[in-house]
Write a protein that binds this ligand. Structure first.
Ligand SMILES: Cc1cc2nc3c(=O)[nH]c(=O)nc-3n(C[C@H](O)[C@H](O)[C@H](O)COP(=O)(O)OP(=O)(O)OC[C@H]3O[C@@H](n4cnc5c(N)ncnc54)[C@H](O)[C@@H]3O)c2cc1C
Length: 459
């Protein structure tokens, strides 16, 4: 048995929040050991938010250019995927690479161990590295930021095929002539539109009755309409039953019908492997989907968890938000504990779907007396001016008993940016009378919020 190496804090997993927490604790003078099995920075900068948004930016630019009357349908706009792929691979990784992130951590005084960490007792983490096993003894605690991986559904035959996950499609150097996307959530919808705009014939397969099923039904309906207009086929209510691959093409069987495509992207959610993390050693349920935490992100005595693994939404901003709470708690710096009433989420399709707080269904299920207001962006002044590409809507959810918004959705050009005003309204519980009695700049997209508020109907 190796001699335990003393440290103050072990951070298992250097995703966005883990990297932040480890760096901040080290800067505060603690001896911090970061343990990372893959790349410092986690999923977001290499296989998630950053490269996917670079692809989306390129795809949107193409779509926007095609909207210019006279250019539409001509060869003036030639999609060049390889340039985008190269740019993502070279430029992005120049600025945001594993070595630079590791150097940044070291400059803050942190100690990085490359390997797989496993909790083997209270305050104890055993790391399997290429050079052998190291045992760490943390005097102050363990912070878990182990994130999530693509969840592969148990569809008959799927495991034997060379399917893509987000990690593969992000590195694709060529656009397949056809692509089936399994899963119509945020990641599936975003990547479906990117590849369709670069010339792939794309079909999205979703087991639930609508695309982006966690969002308001009006948002799903709108995005399905836009997808149909762009030639993206959406098969909803269509659980895949069997998958096969013949060496060049995938076949996805959906009950009586079957779809065939050159590539298959599996985007059916994310999973954590808590057993591999050894959480049972500190009394946590290793079969759970997520690690439950209190408001200070404490999961057990001397154990904190943050990020995707806590189950409060797989978002980089959530990981960073929770990391700040962990840092303050470990340093005894006080402040506010976690508050999940106004968690923002954005699906970066075109139009973007931004939402915050509760959906209408969630608010009603929570027993609130609810009124909703809905307005269409194309009928707003800015929407009318914008013309092509002006699809969008704003929906607000009011808790009538308190006269405040508890949720809102803004779909449209810059829908994620328009969301900011709605997030403040929900988070700060701004009274409706205040929201209704202030000028909204003309002619902005966010001005449509005023119209949605005016349209609040009876419960
Ligand atoms: C295609 C795609 C697009 C996305 N777009 C967005 C977006 O636009 N906006 C947004 O907010 N979010 C987005 N996300 C989600 C976002 O990437 C994650 O929520 C974010 O990375 C936060 O994750 P995390 O901190 O929980 O850890 P992760 O980023 O998952 O990182 C966890 C790290 O822990 C390491 N690890 C795990 N177990 C161990 C172990 N036992 N020992 C050592 N190391 C370990 C892993 O190697 C990994 O590096 C996207 C995700 C994907 C896949």
């Amino acid at each position: 048995m190796e001699e335990p190496e003393p440290t103050d804090v072990v951070v298992i997993g250097m995703g966005p929040g883990g990297e932040y927490a480890a760096g901040a604790l080290a800067e505060a003078g603690l001896h911090v050991t970061g343990v990372e099995a893959r790349l410092v920075g986690g999923e977001c900068p290499y296989f998630g938010c950053v490269p996917s948004k670079m692809m989306i930016r390129a795809a949107n630019l193409l779509a926007e250019t095609r909207r210019v009357p006279g250019l539409a349908g001509t060869s003036a706009v030639t999609p060049d995927w390889s340039t985008v792929a190269r740019r993502i691979r070279d430029e992005a990784t120049d600025d945001w690479n594993d070595k630079a992130a590791a150097d940044r951590f070291a400059a803050k005084g942190g100690h990085l161990i490359r390997g797989h960490g496993r909790i083997t007792g209270p305050g104890q983490v055993t790391v399997s590295t290429e050079a052998g096993t190291r045992v760490l003894a943390a005097s102050k605690g363990i912070v878990i930021d182990s994130g999530t991986e693509p969840a592969i559904p148990p569809i008959h035959g799927l495991a034997d095929t060379p399917y893509w996950t987000n990690r593969d499609i992000i590195q694709a150097e060529q656009v397949p002539e056809s692509l089936i996307v399994l899963g119509g959530g945020a990641i599936g919808a975003e990547l479906a539109q990117v590849f369709a705009r670069f010339g792939s014939s794309v079909t999205v397969v979703e087991a639930l009755p609508r695309l982006v099923p966690l969002e308001e039904p009006e948002a799903s309906e709108l995005i399905e309409r836009v997808f149909a207009r762009e030639g993206i086929e959406a098969c909803t209510n269509a659980p895949a039953e069997r998958v096969s691959y013949n060496g060049t093409h995938f076949t996805v069987h959906l009950g009586l019908s079957a779809l065939v495509a050159e590539r298959l992207l599996v985007a059916t959610g994310r999973r954590s492997d808590l057993a591999a993390l050894g959480v049972a050693a500190v009394g946590l349920d290793e079969k759970a989907r997520a690690i439950p935490t209190d408001g200070w992100m404490r999961a057990a005595d001397g154990v904190w968890a943050l990020g995707d693994v806590t189950g409060h939404g797989a978002f980089t901003h959530m990981s960073m938000y929770q990391a700040d709470i962990v840092v303050r708690d470990i340093l005894g710096a006080g402040g506010e504990p976690a508050d999940y009433r106004a968690v923002p989420r954005v699906t970066f399709t075109d139009p973007e779907i931004g939402s915050v707080g509760q959906t209408e269904e969630e608010a009603r299920a929570a027993g609130l007396r609810v009124r909703t207001g809905l307005t269409q962006v194309p009928y707003s002044a800015r929407g009318w001016i914008h013309k092509a590409g002006n699809d969008g809507l704003i929906k607000v959810i009011e808790d009538c008993d308190r006269s405040v918004l508890v949720g809102a959705t803004s779909v449209g050009p810059y829908g994620g940016e328009v969301l900011s005003a709605l997030q403040v309204a929900v988070r700060a519980e701004v009274p409706l009378t205040t929201l209704r009695n202030m000028p909204y700049a003309y002619p902005t997209f966010y001005r449509a919020i005023e119209d949605a508020l005016l349209k609040l109907g009876s419960s």
